[in-house]
Write a protein that binds this ligand. Structure first.
Ligand code: GLN
Length: 453
């Protein structure tokens, strides 16, 4: 049914970059047989899933939305992929994304934008717009995304789906094509909070292949999603994540949801996180710095594309590298490599990267102080609903502002969930509410999310 649905709508939506129909059907049939034979399987066994194209899949192309990796077939599975396969989830294919996960609209994909199933003239969010659109358009019931600054939560918000960025270190990064290693985290994109919890449970947990993986069991997320009880819970509304710049319809749905939480017995207070004012500037120094270093591996020798410079008879390795990176990377990727290389260069390192690291600590301290007063924090996920394709393409700053509410969680390594809380009156488009919790208290997200659903 899902393959048929993809056939029917993906020509317009462009959520998938690669499909694996035969393998998906074979897995589904094998699971059917095992279930018929009485084997006890994971509740998600046999439920198909779409995987963001930044997660390696053995034998299936993985491009990270870039020309430089066009046609690259990984020789191994990411740990996330391995766990999906082990639990028996058929992988439908790979989903579209902004190149190397840099963007908030999926328009920076080298393979054309994905369209929002709610309105095909609008963006599905980014960088994981393909995963969110696939779930929102019923092409897949589940998807995997990655979130470095909001790429799971913002696409979920603008497509009316549920998206979760787990605690940093809660899901293995082994086999994810790295954007910014200290920020990246894979997580679920689904249509319900319970589905997200079940999927989180499949992919989470310690992995010796990732040195930043936390050696503790997955928090009790499934139990929390089933409990859905917020009586007595202390909820903080972050003053700095609202107000000016937030669309009225976004604000209205958010206020309504907070009202519902109060009625359900939660204690709601306002909290202030003054350093959040600097979160975006901090992120746009740390992210390009790490990205410029991670992307150095695309050197025309090891992976993907290799282009010879034109008119050079016997090009040097460096000339081949330059020609390949010139042809293989898009403008946004080049912009960030240049910013990152500059921020890390000697003489500037302390002023830029060093200062950003200090402010990052201040942001984490704001969260620590807030979580002494409350159990969870809430805010709108994104300041606006889905904007029109092309609207922000020539204005990087306004594109970056889409993530103003999601970025602090990545800087602090804490978990965040976005769930749909209705549509904005002015445009009829979905609005997302974000829940944030302390590190390794991911279960609280699901408890609050399920209570609001
Ligand atoms: N939109 C943000 C960026 O462009 C977030 C990206 C992400 O989470 N991968 O960096």
């Amino acid at each position: 049914a899902h393959l048929d649905r993809i056939d029917a709508v993906d020509g317009d939506l462009n959520a998938f970059l690669a499909r694996d129909d035969e393998a998906a059907l074979a897995t589904a049939r094998a699971i059917d047989e095992r279930r018929a034979a009485g084997e006890s399987l994971h509740p998600l066994a046999g439920v198909p899933i779409a995987v963001k194209d930044v997660v390696t899949t053995e034998g299936l192309t993985t491009t990270a939305g870039s020309r430089i990796l066009e046609g690259w077939v990984p020789p191994y599975d990411a740990t996330v992929t391995k766990r999906l396969r082990a639990a028996g989830l058929p992988i439908l294919g790979k989903t579209n994304m902004d190149e190397f996960a840099m963007g908030s609209s999926t328009e920076h994909s080298a393979y054309g934008p994905t369209r929002n199933p709610w309105d095909r003239e609008r963006i599905p969010g980014g960088s994981g717009g393909g995963s969110a659109a696939a779930v929102g358009a019923y092409e897949a019931p589940l998807a995997i995304g990655t979130d470095t600054g909001g790429s799971i939560r913002q696409p979920a918000a603008v497509t009316g789906t549920v998206g979760v960025k787990p605690t940093y270190g809660g899901v293995s990064r082994y086999g994810l094509i790295a954007l910014a290693s200290s920020l990246d985290q894979a997580g679920p994109v689904t249509r319900s909070v319970l589905d997200a919890a079940l999927l989180h449970d499949v992919i989470g947990g310690h992995d010796p292949m990732d040195s930043t993986s936390i050696d503790r069991p997955v928090p009790p997320v499934v139990e929390a999603a089933r409990r859905a009880d917020v009586a007595g819970l202390r909820i903080g509304v972050v003053r700095e994540l609202g107000g000016e710049g937030y669309q009225p319809g976004v604000r209205a749905r958010f206020d309504e949801a907070v009202e519902l939480l109060t009625k359900a017995g939660a204690e709601v207070v306002e909290v202030s996180c003054p350093s959040f004012e600097y979160a975006l500037s901090t992120y746009y120094l740390i992210l390009p710095s790490e990205a410029s270093s991670n992307l150095a591996r695309f050197d025309a020798m090891r992976y993907g594309l290799r282009t010879a410079p034109s008119g050079v008879a016997a090009p040097s390795a460096e000339q081949v590298m330059t020609a390949t990176r010139e042809a293989g990377f898009g403008d946004e990727v080049k912009r960030r490599i240049i910013i990152g290389t500059y921020a890390l260069s000697s003489g500037y390192y302390d002023a830029y990267y060093g200062s950003a690291q200090k402010v990052r600590t201040l942001i984490a301290r704001d969260f620590d102080a807030a979580f002494e007063q409350v159990d969870v924090l809430v805010s709108p996920t994104s300041p606006t609903t889905a904007f029109k394709l092309g609207d922000k393409l020539d204005d990087p700053m306004s594109m970056y502002l889409q993530d103003v509410a999601t970025i602090p969680a990545n800087l602090a390594g804490i978990p965040g969930l976005s769930l749909p809380v209705g549509v904005a009156e002015e445009d009829g488009l979905p609005v997302g509410l974000q829940v944030l919790a302390p590190a390794m208290a991911d279960d609280r997200l699901y408890n609050v999310g399920a209570a609001l659903e």
